[in-house]
Write a protein of this length. Structure first.
Length: 361
C-alpha cells in the first residue's frame, strides 16, 4: 500500500525490484532518512516510487532516484549511509551525475573490495592527489583523508609509478602522558604509527606488506626521522599533521625530491600540541594557499564516512567551537570599546579646560 502523501509530484518506476529494495533499505530505513533530509514524503509499492512535497526537493529526489537506478543497472552499488552525501553532491552541481563520483575504483584490495570515493569531497580529493605534487586534506576525523591517500600510494607503488611509499606522523600523545615505552626504537614509535599499519593491512595482503616493509619499499617512521633526507621517487604521506609544529612542517615540506608526490592530512580542530604552540598545518594553510602545484581539499561533517553517530558528534563539536569563537570575538569587541571610552575619558580629564591650565594664545 502507498502511504498517503500531501501531494504526488512525481512517480518513478524501477526495472529492477531487487535494486529498489536495496535502495529503500530494510523496513524503508533509507527512505525515511531521505525523507527527513529533504522534507518530503516518499512511498513505494512494487517497482514504483511516489514522491510528494515542495517542487525543489521533489525535483532533487527524482534526479537522485533516476540516477541511482541507472547506476544499479550498471552494477554500481552505493552504501545506504552514502545516500545523503549523494544528495548533497547533486544539490551542489546541477550538471553532476553520480556516476562521476561512484563508478571509478581507486584501488582493489587484496580481499577483492573496491575502494572508491564516497562523496563529492572525496572525489575532488582523489583528483587533486593525482594532479598535484602536494595535496593537503584538512577536515574532521572519519572523512577518509588518510585512507584514500594510502590507497593512492599503494596504487602508485603497484603500478611502479614510484619506488617507495613513505608514511610518517608526529609522535605526539593525544592528551595523555604514556611515559617511557619499553623496547627498541621501532617498538617505542609503533603505537603512534599503528593506524597507518592498520590501513595497509586492509589494502595489501599481510605477508606482502611485511615483504615490502623489509625491502624498504614501504617505510613507516615518525616525523622527526625526516630531517636531513631527500625523498626521491616516493609517495609521501604525513598523517595527523595538525600535531606538527611550524618548524617541523617547514622541514618536512622541503624534503620532497624528484618524481615524488606528497599528501598532508590532518584536522586543525584536534591539535595535541602544548598550549600556545601554533599548529604547523594551520600555518601551512595560511601561508601556502594559492601556490601553483599545491592543492588544499577541505572536508566537513557531511563527508564523515564512519558510523552515522560520528557525523552528529562532529557537528556538535563544530557548533560548540563556533559558539566559543563568537563569544570570544564579542568579548574582544566589548573590551576594545571599554578601552576607547577610558582613553576618551582620560583625554577629557587632561584637557586644559578641565585641569584649569592656561588656554593657548
Amino acid at each position: 500500500m502507498f502511504e498517503p502523501l500531501p501531494s504526488v509530484a512525481a512517480e518513478i518506476e524501477w526495472s529492477d525490484s531487487k535494486a529498489l529494495f536495496a535502495l529503500v533499505g530494510p523496513a524503508n530505513t533509507n527512505l525515511r532518512s531521505l525523507q527527513k533530509h529533504l522534507g518530503i514524503e516518499i512511498g513505494s509499492r512494487g517497482n514504483v516510487l511516489r514522491i510528494g512535497g515542495p517542487p525543489a526537493p521533489v525535483a532533487l529526489a527524482k534526479r537522485f532516484f533516476v540516477q541511482m537506478g541507472e547506476l544499479a543497472a550498471e552494477g554500481v552499488k552505493i552504501e545506504g549511509q552514502d545516500h545523503v552525501r549523494a544528495l548533497h553532491a547533486l544539490s551542489q552541481d546541477e550538471a553532476l551525475h553520480l556516476r562521476d563520483i561512484y563508478s571509478e575504483v581507486v584501488l582493489l584490495t587484496a580481499r577483492g573490495r573496491a575502494i572508491k570515493a564516497r562523496g563529492l569531497a572525496q572525489k575532488s580529493y582523489v583528483h587533486a592527489m593525482r594532479t598535484h605534487d602536494l595535496t593537503f586534506g584538512i577536515g574532521p576525523a572519519g572523512t577518509g583523508k588518510t585512507y584514500l591517500a594510502m590507497a593512492l600510494g599503494v596504487t602508485a607503488l603497484m603500478t611502479k609509478t614510484v619506488r617507495r611509499i613513505v608514511l610518517t606522523r608526529p609522535a605526539v600523545e593525544a592528551g595523555e602522558r604514556l611515559g617511557f615505552l619499553p623496547g627498541d626504537l621501532a617498538e617505542k614509535v609503533n603505537p603512534y604509527l599503528r593506524p597507518l599499519y592498520d590501513a595497509l593491512d586492509e589494502m595489501i595482503d599481510v605477508d606482502k606488506t611485511e615483504e615490502l616493509l623489509k625491502r624498504g619499499q614501504i617505510e613507516v617512521a615518525p616525523l622527526a626521522f625526516m630531517r636531513g633526507r631527500t625523498l626521491n621517487d616516493c609517495f609521501v604521506i604525513l598523517d595527523e599533521a595538525q600535531n606538527a609544529t611550524s618548524e617541523q612542517m617547514r622541514m618536512f615540506l622541503t624534503r620532497l625530491g624528484c618524481n615524488s608526490r606528497c599528501v598532508v592530512t590532518g584536522d586543525v580542530t584536534q591539535v595535541d600540541l602544548p598550549s600556545g604552540q601554533r599548529s604547523g598545518l594551520a600555518d601551512a594553510r595560511a601561508l601556502l594557499s594559492g601556490i601553483e602545484g599545491i592543492s588544499f581539499c577541505e572536508f566537513t561533517h557531511v563527508d564523515v564516512v564512519r558510523h552515522p553517530l560520528v557525523q552528529r558528534i562532529v557537528q556538535a563539536y563544530e557548533a560548540r567551537d563556533l559558539s566559543v569563537e563568537v563569544d570570544r570575538e564579542r568579548r574582544r569587541v566589548e573590551s576594545e570599546a571599554r578601552r576607547r571610552l577610558q582613553e576618551v575619558a582620560h583625554d577629557a580629564v587632561q584637557s586644559p579646560l578641565v585641569t584649569g591650565g592656561a588656554l593657548p594664545k
